[in-house]
Design a protein around this ligand. Structure first.
Ligand SMILES: C[S@@+](CC[C@H](N)C(=O)[O-])C[C@H]1O[C@@H](n2cnc3c(N)ncnc32)[C@H](O)[C@@H]1O
Length: 196
């Protein structure tokens, strides 16, 4: 994990710290961003720091416990005012978020330490990804941490991969980033940038 001021050297073990590097680069003071899978709130907290006092974070999760835990972390850091937490699925994000956003962040799979049967699903993930593109500002990014290893993960992986592979390269820059010296089933990062 890297700190919000980028003062420490990040340990790039797995896709999450890599996604945080991108967040530090793309999220500026005053930006509006989305955390599409709040989980335990680590990513939401970083986003809340990065958007500053003038920005805003929209956070989604279908698990009440995830919303509570994320809210608790934000309150502890005195950042709750910067975030709207919604206990609804990210497949409804377009109906809740007004205007354009700089980043939409997905960390797929199940909530660590929580109910492992509550996972992101290919059909709802696909709908949320599609809506994310509609909301993105020019130069903005969608970041997806993909977990092929758990039950149902491979199906979701192919949905996300097929979606990204079919995006028009004149309109979207699509990247896949994974460690080469780990198992094929290890999580990795997908990035889609709307052209500037
Ligand atoms: C890997 S966790 C997210 C980790 C989180 N970003 C963090 O920093 O702790 C995945 C989360 O996605 C949530 N989830 C599953 N389906 C969802 C949906 N349709 N909409 C929003 N969240 C969903 C799960 O409840 C779970 O909390």
């Amino acid at each position: 994990m890297i700190d919000s001021n980028c003062n420490s050297i990040p340990a790039l073990r797995g896709p999450v710290p890599l996604s945080h590097l991108f967040l530090h680069t793309f999220v500026r003071d005053g930006h509006t961003v989305i955390d599409a899978t709040c989980g335990n709130g680590h990513d939401t907290l970083l986003l809340a720091r990065l958007v500053g006092t003038r920005g805003h974070v929209w956070g989604f999760d279908i698990q009440q416990q995830a919303i509570v835990e994320t809210g608790r972390k934000l309150a502890e850091a005195e950042l709750a005012k910067r975030v709207t937490l919604l206990p609804v699925g990210h497949e409804e994000l377009a109906t809740h978020v007004p205007g354009s956003v700089q980043v939409v962040l997905f960390n797929l799979g199940y909530r660590p330490g929580g109910d492992r049967s509550v996972i992101t699903r290919p059909d709802t993930t696909a709908r949320a990804l599609e809506q994310s593109l509609d909301l993105l500002a020019a130069g903005g990014i969608v970041l997806v941490t993909v977990y092929p290893g758990h039950s149902g993960g491979a199906d979701e992986q192919s949905t996300v991969e097929n979606w990204a592979a079919e995006l028009d390269p004149r309109a979207w820059h699509c990247w896949r980033m994974g460690q080469t010296n780990v198992s094929q089933a290890a999580p990795y990062l997908l990035l889609v940038q709307k052209v500037l």
